[in-house]
Design a protein around this ligand. Sequence first.
Ligand SMILES: C[S@@+](CC[C@H](N)C(=O)[O-])C[C@H]1O[C@@H](n2cnc3c(N)ncnc32)[C@H](O)[C@@H]1O
Length: 252
Amino acid sequence: MKVDKLKLRIFKSRLMQRVFGQPVNIRASWEETPKDYRDMVEFLDWFDRTDAIESTVERGRVDWQHRFAPSQAYSALSKGTVLEIGFGGGRLLMHAARDFERAIGIDIHSNFAMTERFLERQGVSNYQLYHRNDFAKIPENSVDFVYSFIVFQHFDGMAEVDYYLTHIKRVLRQNGIAQIYYGKNQEEGVALTNATDFRLRDCSLFISPITMRQLISDRFDLLEYSDRLPRDPLSNSGESVQAMVLFRNRSA
Ligand SMILES: C[S@@+](CC[C@H](N)C(=O)[O-])C[C@H]1O[C@@H](n2cnc3c(N)ncnc32)[C@H](O)[C@@H]1O
């Protein structure tokens, strides 16, 4: 019943597009859709399909432990401050907050109150949430680990990638690292879904791994990358639509 509301919203949006050819503003859809959710499962379901809070917590644990924590660079890190770009409901941030002294989340959505409720319910209190436009409030040279998962693929253009890379460079500590998952373009270069073809929650930005690696190497030291990742990290099966880059600020 609760999950049906989300399906109804998506159905209505698609109907408006098909019948009236109405374009969807990609960024606004991420900003505004979560604002009305009051039911926790419905809220969490918007960001990552779920039918129970426990499943979200478990999926968050699996993604955190298998997609971020295993790298050698991660184990060598000082565990002071961690920063997530696009925290959504908070399913990854809750696990990150347990590994680090302090966790910071950045997002554009309009229902931080529900994320706070979720985190507090999980016993997490060492966190701060910031709107994307307030990134400049996070001091330079203050973050040990920046990460992002299933977020860059939802951007509405490369200017947003540039915005985040600029801030990552600014906030990363000298020995800090960043690990970013992004939507993979199978062709060369970058592909962006236009507003008329965009369907609610779909991926919109696809970057070829060569292009992404070049972008990173222009500004950072690229430490690791992976162009082929399993969809299911537990069974190591399937192929994810995402690729990954892990990097740090260029050593002086
Ligand atoms: C599919 S959800 C993933 C949430 C979370 N990373 C997870 O794994 O559960 C995508 C998230 O990206 C956020 N997002 C979309 N565009 C963004 C932008 N330009 N800046 C920051 N966050 C953005 C959305 O609000 C949403 O929280």
